[in-house]
Structure formats: structure tokens, C-alpha cells
Design a protein around this ligand. Structure first.
Ligand code: COA
Length: 327
């Protein structure tokens, strides 16, 4: 059976930086509130580029880092909750933009856990000897599903994309992966799609439609801290490792307090947790691959480093994966 490695990474975020102070001009908030409750200082907001464009920039960077061409890709998986269209998918748009002639392509929606779900799928395709090179992207333009009048949500999120080339290898780079969901709690973090509407309805709906994120922050907080700790412990158990054996934990970048809570509960020094949310906010499926790429490109990863990535999000969903860096 083939082993699986992350052969290259990339990320891209729109140039437009929106600070907490900028937000305080449009909603009743302050830099002090956002910083102390979340750790976020600024985020990137698109000035017009859609999800496929930022996904493409991240993918190009990952291909370059991996040293392969788009034509060598067998499959493209894009995790996103903010696609350009219902159809064509972002992954099919990418397939065309990159010139990945022989690649199959599909999108998945596991919200902020999307990259881990995508990595899991990619690993299975490789371990099943079906494909050799798979592009996994987490890409979001969350700014388009924000309610810019709701200070409880619009200060938290940002736009961005992260990508990884996942390839077959003789070395073990991707180990245990767990994914899970708790659909019964889905209502605490939601964004509606189009409502039922057709000329044959007995009663036409008068409900006002919107596609904005609505969130019960405290419930999400409770869920996030619980599954983060449980998922990391489960990965450690499966890999027969202790927290001390792990060089870096790369968590989903939602809130510094969530990460801090998990670190304390696991009795791991917070310095082992990779944090960049102060610059990007919560970029949903993009947050983990953006952080991984920053670590890679800044030369902070060495061959053999043991890493755990862990995420949670809408659905509700959660997941974690063990990586051993093999570049
Ligand atoms: N600026 C200023 N005040 C704000 C505010 C903002 N941006 N957002 C909310 N408030 C106010 C509330 O209106 C409330 O005021 P009140 O006490 O007068 O009613 C007060 O701050 C406390 O609100 P609350 O929601 O209880 O704050 P909190 O400590 O739970 O923090 C979150 C809110 C959203 C930061 C926190 O719950 C959280 O991070 N949850 C997880 C969210 C998440 O990560 N979602 C994505 C998952 S992928």
C-alpha cells in the first residue's frame, strides 16, 4: 500500500487588509473588544477576487513548491462554503484555470473542517492506489456571507486560500486521520442556501431570504474546545505518542481563547500551537493550510517533524490528522 506525503504547500490571501479599527467604523465594536475576546487584529477581505481566483493562486504556489506541473494532477478537491457558483464547482474552475487536463474535480463542504476532510479523502485515494498526485485546497470568500451589521460575527472571519499537493510516497507523511460530525447541533452555526420556491407551491413563501452567517458563539465555543481536545487525544492514542512528542499543533484559527483552552487542558505549552489568526481572522477551510504553508515557507519545518492538525466548524464537524513532515 502506498504511503502519503504532503509534497508541497501554498497560500494566498487578498491584499486588502481590514483592521479592527476599520470595523469599528461600520459596527459598534472596538479593537480592544475584538482583541481580548478573539486575538484577531486584522483580516484580509476581497476587493473583487472570487473563491476560484484565490484558490488558483494558492494552488499555483503549492504546485511550484511540490515541483510538479498541473498536468500531473489526478484529482482536485476544493473544500469551501463560499463557492463562486452552485455549478460549475470551484474545483472544476480550477482544473481549467490550472490546465490540469487529466484531473477529476469536485468540491466538498465540511465548513472549517473542510481541509482535514479533503486530506482524508486524498489519503484514501492514494492508499487505494487510485491516484498519485492530488491537489487539496481550502478556499473561502467568507466576506460575501457576512452580515456586515452583525458585530457578533462580522469581526471574526476573513478571506483566503490554502493548498497542499498530496502525493504517493514510500515515506509515511500523513498518518492517522479522524473526522466526525454532530448534525444535531448544526443550528448553532448556519448560513442558509436558496429557499424552496416554484410556481406550483400551494402557498408562496413570504419569508425574507438571506445567506448570512448566524451563530450562537458560546455554543460553538463549547463544542470547539471539547472536540479539539478529544480529537488530539485520539490521534495521540492511535499514533502511540504523547503531546511531548509533537513539535507543532496546527489548529483551526477561530479564536485564541479556544486554542489557549485546549493547550491548557492538554498540558501543552501554547508556544507549540501555531497561531496566525491575529493577521487573518477565521478563514474557515483555508485556515489550517494557510498556517501550514507559512510554517513551510518560513523554514520552520524540518524533515521528520511531528505535527497534529485539528479543526472544527459548521455542520457541526470536527477532525484531526497526524503529519510527519517529509520535505
Ligand atoms: N464588539 C463589541 N461587543 C460585542 C461584539 C463586538 N464585536 N460582539 C458581541 N458583543 C457583545 C455582545 O452583544 C454582548 O453584550 P451584552 O453582554 O451587552 O449582551 C457581549 O459582547 C458578550 O457577548 P458574548 O457573545 O457572550 O461574548 P463571548 O465572550 O461569548 O464572545 C465570541 C463571543 C463570538 C467571540 C465567542 O463566543 C466565540 O469565539 N465563539 C466561537 C465562535 C467561533 O469560533 N465560530 C467559528 C467556528 S468555526
Amino acid at each position: 500500500m502506498a504511503e502519503v506525503i504532503i509534497r508541497g504547500t501554498g497560500h494566498y490571501a487578498p491584499e486588502n487588509v481590514v483592521s479592527n479599527f476599520d470595523l469599528s467604523k461600520i459596527v459598534d465594536t472596538s479593537d480592544e473588544w475584538i482583541t481580548t475576546r478573539t486575538g484577531i487584529k486584522e483580516r484580509r477581505i476581497t476587493a473583487g477576487e472570487n473563491t476560484s481566483h484565490i484558490a488558483c493562486r494558492a494552488a499555483e504556489s503549492a504546485l511550484k513548491d511540490a515541483g510538479i506541473t498541473a498536468e500531473e494532477l489526478d484529482l482536485i478537491i476544493v473544500a469551501t462554503v463560499t463557492p463562486d457558483n452552485v455549478t460549475p464547482s470551484v474545483s472544476c474552475m480550477l482544473q481549467s484555470m490550472l490546465g490540469a487536463r487529466k484531473a477529476a474535480a469536485f468540491d466538498i463542504n465540511a465548513a472549517c473542517t473542510g481541509f482535514i476532510y479533503g486530506l482524508n479523502l486524498a489519503s484514501m485515494f492514494i492508499k487505494g492506489d487510485i491516484y498519485n498526485n492530488i491537489l487539496v485546497v481550502g478556499a473561502e470568500t467568507l466576506s460575501k456571507i457576512m452580515n456586515w451589521q452583525d458585530r457578533g460575527t462580522c469581526v471574526l472571519f476573513g478571506d483566503g486560500a490554502g493548498a497542499a499537493i498530496v502525493s504517493s510516497s514510500t515515506e509515511r507523511g500523513v498518518g492517522s486521520i479522524i473526522i466526525g460530525s454532530d448534525g444535531a447541533k448544526g443550528e448553532v452555526l448556519q448560513c442558509k442556501a436558496l429557499p424552496i420556491n416554484n410556481p406550483f407551491l400551494k402557498e408562496q413563501s413570504t419569508e425574507e431570504h438571506h445567506s448570512h452567517v448566524i451563530m450562537e458563539g458560546r455554543e460553538v465555543f463549547r463544542f470547539a474546545t471539547g472536540v479539539m481536545v478529544d480529537s488530539i487525544e485520539e490521534i495521540l492514542r492511535r499514533e502511540n505518542l504523547t503531546p511531548q512528542d509533537i513539535k507543532f499543533f496546527i489548529p483551526h484559527q477561530a479564536n485564541l481563547r479556544i486554542i489557549d483552552y485546549a493547550a491548557k487542558k492538554l498540558e501543552v505549552d501554547i508556544s507549540k500551537f501555531v497561531i496566525n489568526l491575529e493577521r487573518f481572522g477565521n478563514t474557515s477551510s483555508a485556515s489550517i493550510p494557510i498556517a501550514l504553508d507559512e510554517m513551510n515557507k518560513n523554514g520552520l519545518l524540518s524533515k521528520g517533524d511531528r505535527i497534529i492538525i485539528v479543526g472544527f466548524g459548521g455542520g457541526l464537524t470536527y477532525g484531526a490528522a497526524y503529519l510527519q513532515w517529509q520535505k
